[in-house]
Design a binder for this molecule. Structure first.
Ligand SMILES: Nc1ncnc2c1ncn2[C@@H]1O[C@H](COP(=O)(O)OP(=O)(O)OP(=O)(O)O)[C@@H](O)[C@H]1O
Ligand SMILES: [Mg+2]
Length: 718
């Protein structure tokens, strides 16, 4: 029984072990503790440890959020070289030459680094803080998306029609066309209606066969078919109200499952959205799931005081008190970075504030994370960081612990096994050899290079700046528009410092970027692409409908093509001058896993820091891109990357090497330099904890049952 499995850990060591984890559970590990980053404030630790700064976020609350400042601060860019050699040769979009104003700053010939587009119009308070709990936060739309559908959708409809082969591009380069061209400047009502019909049909196609309706913001993403083990967790949480901790190796679909759970819970409590509190250990993780940090939810400041004082503090704060009283389900993501003592404090606070003696005051807990990945760090005192599973109240609060075993990210079982060995800290000589063989450069046939992962932000900025400096062409700057109920700009900035989207991003044609929002099935958070042009929405519409006009002459230079394209656009209604003052956005060609390319005009998306009652404390609108020649391991956490390059020589923290290498989907897409087994560090307490977990499959085997049975989850826990 799951309950039994849970109640037996940690430490009993009597349960049957999962085939992969358990065979290695007695493995030799680096039991000697590694030196931890010292100090509490992230800022202090920047130079040594991006992980340290990450962990420190655990100790911030809504009044003190600066946990990612050290990671995100922009560095000056190196002056562009004039060689232009790094401009991708396959880019065949009309070159946006500098004589006409197309692709130029609307303000003329400023210094590239000073080019400023007009800021987005600021939005009203109501627009900034909609009662948005029903929206799916990882795909929130900017307010403009709520306007009547007078414009065509921003992205291509990606019809599956056969494309006309283009000689100057490989065949997989797909720029789907609309079946029925309609000029954006001259749409009749019937055209609009027909387009709407077409979109409705496309939307229907994305529905699951069981007809489950999706909420508005998630409509672009087809629902994932959960595996049996994922489905079992979902049912136990949503239908049976169980308190669960689900865990598993990198790529076992924990985040995918958590998103489904949140969506289903939001649907379940749609009339009382404040019953669900969505939180994570760090600001970055919280921002990724549209929640707040655990500290912020709890209203405990840094949470250093003893519980009675913290309770007093919360009682004085009406909003925080209400949150504790109203919450029925508390979601906690990336729990590996939550300190065990903090967990115990919150558990006691919950009982006291709610005047309810049941574990966690009767709140259902839905917790996920992988303790083999990123550990908590000490809070500045001398004591060693304590894992959440070592909290005294952990086993009474968590009714069921489920180990997910089906690895989705790496389809190659050999590679998945290599990573699992690494995760557990027991690497066989064969695996060491296999990792060493991956030191060769990647065999890349297109323009997308492997993303290099670094432990520190300084290394990331240095690498990205150097690459940007090699590109010629104009630098375009995109400033975020921030808003929210928090009026104090400094406080808001601190909250938003944890956001994946930067306050400002500078891009050039040819820049390698990563999409940081889920847009469509194959354009997801983590997709890597190159900026191929900057254009306005109308120009993009004209372009895609007259694609061939721009690209029919493979021998023409970029400038010639742009000139011809403009000549062809003029009679079609495209006007230079005032019309070309329209805001221009990066057009990005994204690499698909099958080698084809897809294009997206990247207009601003929204990230929210939202309390359970729907109050949007802070939100940021920004183009959903970050530079991706290089990425910090911190920001890469949770991502799935097709091409990755990691130098293990610089890795210093437990779990760091595993987090970095497990981003890759295949050995072909992974380059590892300076691989040494001693760089793979695992905490012995984590090994012990996992050695006592059993899988759903094993539970079923022991019950001689082939199917998962909801009755496996006992009802007598509370
Ligand atoms: N049920 C599923 N069916 C198909 N693909 C899935 C499923 N669940 C997850 N995936 C895919 O597997 C990959 C990894 O999923 P996800 O990021 O949720 O894993 P994770 O356990 O959260 O990993 P990490 O520990 O690295 O954060 C993603 O590309 C995701 O789309
Ligand atoms: Mg994840």
């Amino acid at each position: 029984m799951f309950k039994k499995a849970l109640h037996d850990h940690p430490g009993s060591g009597t349960k049957p072990l999962h085939q992969t984890d358990l065979l290695r559970a007695n493995a030799t590990v680096h039991s000697k503790s590694q030196p931890q980053s010292s100090g509490v404030k992230r800022k202090i630790e920047v130079a040594e440890s991006s992980l340290g700064s990450l962990h420190n976020a655990v100790y911030f609350d809504e009044n003190d959020f600066d946990d990612d400042l050290d990671l995100d601060e922009p560095q000056p860019l190196i002056a562009p070289s004039l060689s232009g050699s790094a401009i991708p040769k396959t880019v065949t979009y009309p070159s946006l030459d500098t004589t006409s104003g197309i692709g130029q700053s609307v303000y003329g010939n400023e210094n590239p680094t000073d080019i400023n587009y007009p800021d987005l119009p600021s939005i009203s308070q109501e627009a900034a803080a909609p009662p948005s709990s029903m929206q799916l936060p990882w795909s929130s739309s900017p307010p403009s998306h709520f306007q009547p559908p007078v414009k065509k959708p921003r992205t291509l409809p990606w019809t599956k029609e056969e494309e006309e082969p283009r000689e100057d591009k490989k065949k997989s380069f797909v720029t789907p066309k609309r079946s029925r061209p309609a000029e954006p400047w001259n749409k009749s009502e019937s055209t609009i209606k027909a387009e709407q019909k077409e979109l409705r049909q496309e939307y229907k196609k994305t529905q699951k066969p069981d007809g489950n309706a999706k909420t508005k913001d998630n409509s672009k993403i087809a629902s994932v078919f959960l595996s049996d083990e994922q489905r079992a967790v979902l049912d136990a949480v949503v239908d049976r109200g169980k308190s669960m901790f689900f865990t598993g190796s990198a790529g076992t679909g924990k985040s995918v499952l958590m998103r489904e759970i949140i969506a289903k819970l939001r649907n379940k409590y749609r009339k009382e959205p404040d019953r669900i509190a969505v939180t994570a250990s760090t600001g970055l993780a919280a921002c990724n799931i549209g929640g707040v940090t655990l500290h912020s939810f709890a209203g405990i400041g840094l949470g250093k005081e003893p519980v009675p004082e913290l309770v007093k503090k919360i009682k004085k704060n009406q909003k925080a008190r209400n949150r504790w009283l109203r919450t029925k389900v508390l979601v906690v993501d990336e729990v590996s970075m939550v300190d065990g003592d903090l967990f115990d404090k919150l558990e006691e606070i919950a009982r006291k504030i709610r005047n309810n003696g049941r574990p966690f005051g009767g709140i259902q807990l839905v917790v996920t994370g992988d303790f083999f990945q990123l550990p908590p760090v000490p809070d500045g005192s001398n004591r060693e960081a304590k894992f959440a599973f070592a909290a005294a109240s952990w086993t009474t609060c968590i009714q069921h612990t489920i180990l997910l075993t089906n690895i989705f990210r790496q389809r190659d079982p050999e590679f998945a096994d290599m990573l699992n060995e690494m995760r557990l800290g027991k690497i066989s000589p064969r695996t060491i050899e296999a990792f060493r063989r991956l030191s060769r450069p990647l065999d890349v046939k297109d323009q997308i290079e492997a993303t290099e992962l670094f432990p520190t932000r300084a290394e990331v900025d240095g690498a990205n700046s150097a690459r940007m400096g090699r590109l010629s062409g104009e630098m375009m700057r995109f400033n975020a528009v921030d808003s929210g109920t928090i009026q104090d700009p400094q406080h808001r900035d601190r909250l938003l410092a944890t956001c994946m989207a930067p306050p400002m991003i500078q891009l050039k044609k040819g820049a390698q970027v990563m999409l940081i929002k889920n847009m469509e099935d194959s354009l997801v958070n983590g997709s890597i692409g190159k900026v191929v042009a900057f254009m306005s929405e109308d120009y993009f519409d004209s372009y895609k409908e007259n694609d061939k006009n721009f690209t029919d002459d493979a021998t023409a230079s970029d400038d010639e093509r742009a000139h011809r394209a403009r000549k062809k656009l003029k009679p079609m209604g495209y006007k230079e001058g005032p019309a070309s003052m329209a805001r221009k956005w990066p057009l990005v060609s994204f690499l698909q896993p099958d080698g084809s390319e897809r294009h997206l005009l990247c207009q601003p998306e929204t990230w929210k820091i939202e309390l359970p009652n729907g109050e949007v404390q802070a939100q940021r609108q920004q183009v959903p891109l970050i530079l991706a020649w290089a990425l910090s391991i911190h920001k890469a956490q949770g991502q799935t990357l097709q091409r990755v390059k990691v130098d293990l020589g610089r890795v210093f923290e437990k779990g760091q090497a595993y987090v970095a290498l497990s981003r890759a989907v295949s050995q072909e897409g992974l380059q590892v330099t300076r691989f040494e087994p001693r760089k793979v560090m695992v905490h012995p307490k984590v090994v012990e904890f996992y050695s006592n977990l059993i899988t759903i499959t094993e539970v079923n085997k022991s019950k001689s049952s082939s199917a998962l049975n909801p009755d496996d989850f006992d009802d007598d826990d509370f």
